[in-house]
Design a protein around this ligand. Sequence first.
Ligand SMILES: Cc1cc2nc3c(=O)[nH]c(=O)nc-3n(C[C@H](O)[C@H](O)[C@H](O)COP(=O)(O)OP(=O)(O)OC[C@H]3O[C@@H](n4cnc5c(N)ncnc54)[C@H](O)[C@@H]3O)c2cc1C
Ligand code: FES
Ligand code: FES
Length: 484
Amino acid sequence: MIQFILNNQTVETDLPKGATVLDFVRYHKNLKGTKIGCREGDCGACTILVGELKGGAVEYRTQTSCLMPLANARGKHIVTVEGINRADGELTEVQRAMVDESGTQCGFCTVGFVMSLTGFCIDETEKNYEQSISAIDGNICRCTGYKSIERAAFRICDAVTRRRSDDAEKSNESNIKAGSLSDRKGANSETFDFAMSKDIVPDYFSEIKNRLVELHTGNPKSQIPNPKSFVGGGTDLYVQRPEEMIHGSAQNLFDDTALRFIEENGEFVEVGASATVTDLLASPIFQNLFPNLQKHLKLVSSTPIRNMATLAGNFVNASPIGDMTAWFLALDAAIIFNTRREIPLREFYLGYKTLAKTEDEFITKIRFRRNFSHFNFEKVSKRTYLDISSVNTAISLRVENDLIIDAHVSAGGVAPIPLYLWKTSEFLRGKEISGETISQVNEILQTEISPISDVRGSADYKRLLLRQLFIAHFVELLGFELSI
Ligand SMILES: Cc1cc2nc3c(=O)[nH]c(=O)nc-3n(C[C@H](O)[C@H](O)[C@H](O)COP(=O)(O)OP(=O)(O)OC[C@H]3O[C@@H](n4cnc5c(N)ncnc54)[C@H](O)[C@@H]3O)c2cc1C
Ligand code: FES
Ligand code: FES
């Protein structure tokens, strides 16, 4: 039996835990406001808000309900558009902005946009125009009225920031950034008070925290004895094997708190296997280590998918173009299993989708040394946002006095597996940074890859692309000007 709060009602269901939240709300609760578009996480028509208790507050994030197993709703607050509608039938601030700015059009995708923009108002992200647009990066409108939707997003952002800067003035705060994990608790009740006063969410949201605390005590997680398959956020599995997932017996790892952390431990940074891409974005540790974190991770999927996509899911899916895999290969990360076995990520990939792991092993954590001085990630895809890579690459370097002391380079989309470039990395170590070094590296790099021609480009194009992206690492990191 799975219990959670759906809008303003506590519900329980004995449907299979692998059934999707989308099907539950539409076909079992008759809440038809949540739409079905692609069922693959691409269109955003099924976007809902998911609230969960974190550090004494309720944190809301958007998710695509078509890829979300019911098991991942356990003990949470699931909000569909019916749950934000006003009792008096009037429009909420977000709905009003969409209508006034002519953002509704045929209406099909509109609910998804409304949910994403409502999420923007109550989540922990910084409130600015850029973030308001970023909040709808997982929503596709086939009527293509993006400019009017963009105007609605700006108007909502104005409404939120105006009030917030008033509050900041009152409390003599100069900066009302709600981004850091440490101030989330304080920001939360203020955020809800504001959201309720502005009719962004209904008043019952103020009671959700206490209701979730109560719910947690009587809502144990289901543990499968000796599990042989696992599911994290479901963003790969529910696209690849949706039917099988519904009745399958995979162990759900997404909400295992022992797998959901990011911490420093001596010379290492350790990350729980179920940490999501959004968790990395929100982590002060990652923000300090990676100055371009926002820029780089915004190239990975979309806001709702980043809210669900776990690191272990990305590694184990073993796609040759997995972005987080390329990222952590270049950090020379190690993965640690439930059996306590530890192996370098670079030794995890034996062949296409063949992994150095037994079927009952699952990843518990990932760790890497923070002894690099430079890190860069490059990705080229057909569309800049919400698209998988044609080719990606990442690099970490330890540079002292223009000498490369240590180097790790990865590349995706140029072989059947995500590649750690052994020879390239080895060649760079001990070299001075110069145009000559970089042009020599390209010759070695080209011997390590074996791209094939496919819909994402010809083999020759991918070779050229990787060469250019490799140079881009040095241009980006060291302001290097190259004439090769
Ligand atoms: C619309 C869309 C856009 C996307 N865009 C991108 C993109 O830009 N870049 C990118 O890299 N990916 C992208 N993806 C792919 C996907 O989001 C990522 O690969 C994600 O990290 C998978 O994580 P998950 O938790 O959802 O995996 P799941 O689907 O839950 O699982 C994937 C695999 O990992 C296994 N697994 C999960 N957790 C563990 C564990 N702890 N130990 C062992 N095995 C485990 C599962 O058994 C399964 O085999 C996209 C997906 C969608 C739907
Ligand atoms: S139906 Fe398209 S993202 Fe879920
Ligand atoms: S309003 Fe018609 S698809 Fe967006």
